[in-house]
Design a protein around this ligand. Structure first.
Ligand code: ATP
Ligand code: MN
Length: 478
């Protein structure tokens, strides 16, 4: 009869010793025929199990290899060795599942991140991916806590949508039609009336438009769910499937929206620093190690935890798009023609520009607001100048855009004119326009790319390494 194992994180913190304990996990290392370093994923630290080699003959001991699953009962005792406060004197050991040392890919040595991506089903067993996933989980928890404590309502917006007006990128189509032989209408085009939903449908790129409807009923809502973009961008900042956090608030203007965004990201960073200190310490060391051989200019300007603390301690710089353009045009790289893309009022900022502002000029998170209307979405509120909209992007060092948001256009006439200009059929979005007809009010919201936040907190360079199973062009393995 097996007993329910306790979590190693708890055993290591146990205020009492010389008590019977039960543990189970995966072997990290086995040395001197006696010491098993066991990990169960609850913490990055291992629990040392001590076995008596007399009791376990060679043929059993040779099954205790890296990656094997074991179950043990024994006594938790103060450890005489260095490196751990407690250890388990094993009384009963059971090897639940062997891991053939010849083929098991996760050996106790450094593996490249590229190699581990190909072994994504096993990379969670490494100290690094354990730490990343625990940090990710805690951040998700902190996001819910933040909004719930502020009285926001968690809203589940649809994943399948028939809206394609958002323009946030290419969408993935959802269909049950026979692609080899689709039904056709009189004009010879594919007849989506015969498709599952009776119209063309896609995976959502954002829950915002639906969230707005409930913000205009419940006052403060947020969504936190998967979003999909078929953009063919093979970058370290884009996934085809990622998670987005989108609060939407009635009676909130753009400046209130910036306050909310800043308060929110500071809250979740503060929380994860408090709750996952050991994982962050490990991630900080990893980053230092990884950057050791880079030239100074390419290294992170601060150690990981100092960077996080810096974000907490400083007010985010807030500048208008127009001011940003001015700063960029007066900058050294602009004058020396070092920017690849042009800097001109009316053009979108490229990531080289954003990074200059954040990393070189201000050395701080920056919120840029009041963008030209032409480069932003139809639903953003037009300013009195008739040229700019109440948009805001929050830019983070090393990441670039982490949040995009705006005050929404609440005036029906202005909205309809904008839709017409941008070629969006108001009939298609009749319900969205309705919100402006019945009880319209000023309101705002934003979207935080969850994986970009996890990247920032963990210091991981590639977004593919902060989600268990990344989806990107030509990859949907696992
Ligand atoms: P970018 O210009 O970086 O592609 P975007 O302007 O398309 O971003 P929004 O439509 O404003 O982004 O989405 C809100 C947030 O979602 C972004 O600030 C970013 O953090 C995140 N995000 C957008 N696209 C992706 C993606 N493909 N993968 C991961 N996160 C993303
Ligand atoms: Mn994009």
């Amino acid at each position: 009869m097996r007993k329910q194992p306790q979590r190693i994180a708890e055993l290591l913190e146990s205020p009492r010793t010389n008590i019977p304990v039960v543990t189970a996990g995966w072997v990290k290392t086995f040395r001197n025929d006696r010491f098993i370093a066991l990990n169960d994923g609850s913490t990055l630290e291992n629990l040392q199990l001590v076995i008596d080699p007399e009791k376990y003959p060679e043929d059993i001991r040779k099954k205790i290899t890296t990656g094997a699953a074991v179950y043990a009962e024994g006594e938790l005792v103060p450890s005489p060795g260095k490196g751990q406060a407690v250890e388990v004197q094993v009384e009963k050991l059971e090897i639940l599942g062997e891991a053939d040392a010849e083929t098991y890919p996760i050996q106790p040595k450094r593996h490249s991140l590229e190699f581990l991506r190909e072994k994504a089903h096993l990379r969670g067993r490494t100290t690094l991916f354990g730490a990343i996933m625990r940090v990710r989980s805690r951040l998700a928890y902190a996001i819910h806590t933040y909004f719930q404590e502020k009285g926001f309502i968690y809203l589940h917006t649809p994943i399948i949508t028939a809206i394609d007006a958002e323009g946030a990128g290419q969408m993935f189509q959802v269909t049950t039609l026979d692609l080899e032989n689709p039904p056709r209408n009189e004009e010879g085009k594919v007849d989506y009336k015969k498709d599952f939903f009776g119209k063309k449908a896609n995976l959502t790129v954002s829950g915002q438009l639906e969230a707005e409807t409930y913000a205009m009923a419940l006052g403060q809502v947020y969504t936190f769910g998967p979003t999909f973009r078929a953009e063919n961008s093979n970058t370290t900042r884009h996934l085809a499937e990622f998670w987005m956090v989108e609060p939407e608030v009635a009676f909130l203007d753009l400046h209130g929206n910036m306050d909310l965004a800043e308060d929110f990201v500071k809250y979740i960073i503060r929380d994860v620093m408090k709750e996952r200190p050991k994982d962050l310490e490990f991630l900080e060391k990893r980053l230092l190690q990884e950057e050791k051989n880079l030239p100074q200019a390419k290294r992170s300007p601060m150690p990981l935890r100092e960077k996080l603390q810096f974000v907490l301690d400083n007010r985010f710089v807030r500048i208008t798009y127009t001011e940003a353009i001015e700063i960029l045009r007066n900058s050294k790289p602009f004058k020396k023609k070092k920017f690849q893309y042009p800097v001109e009022w009316g053009l979108d900022l490229q990531s080289e520009h954003e990074r200059y502002l954040v990393e070189k000029h201000f050395k701080s998170p920056v919120i840029i607001y009041d963008y030209p209307a032409r480069i932003k979405a139809f639903y953003m509120r037009l300013n009195d100048d008739g040229k700019t909209v109440r948009a805001m992007d929050v830019l983070f060092p090393g990441i670039g855009e982490i949040i995009g948001g705006s005050q929404r256009e609440e005036r029906p006439d202005v909205l309809l004119k904008k839709m017409e200009e941008m070629g969006i059929d108001p009939e298609e979005l009749w319900w969205y326009v309705d919100l402006r007809r019945y009880g319209t009010a000023y309101h705002s919201g934003f979207g935080l790319g969850f994986e970009r936040m996890v990247q920032f907190v963990t210091g991981m360079g590639n977004i593919r390494d902060v989600i268990p199973f990344p989806r990107y062009p030509k990859n949907a393995e696992f």
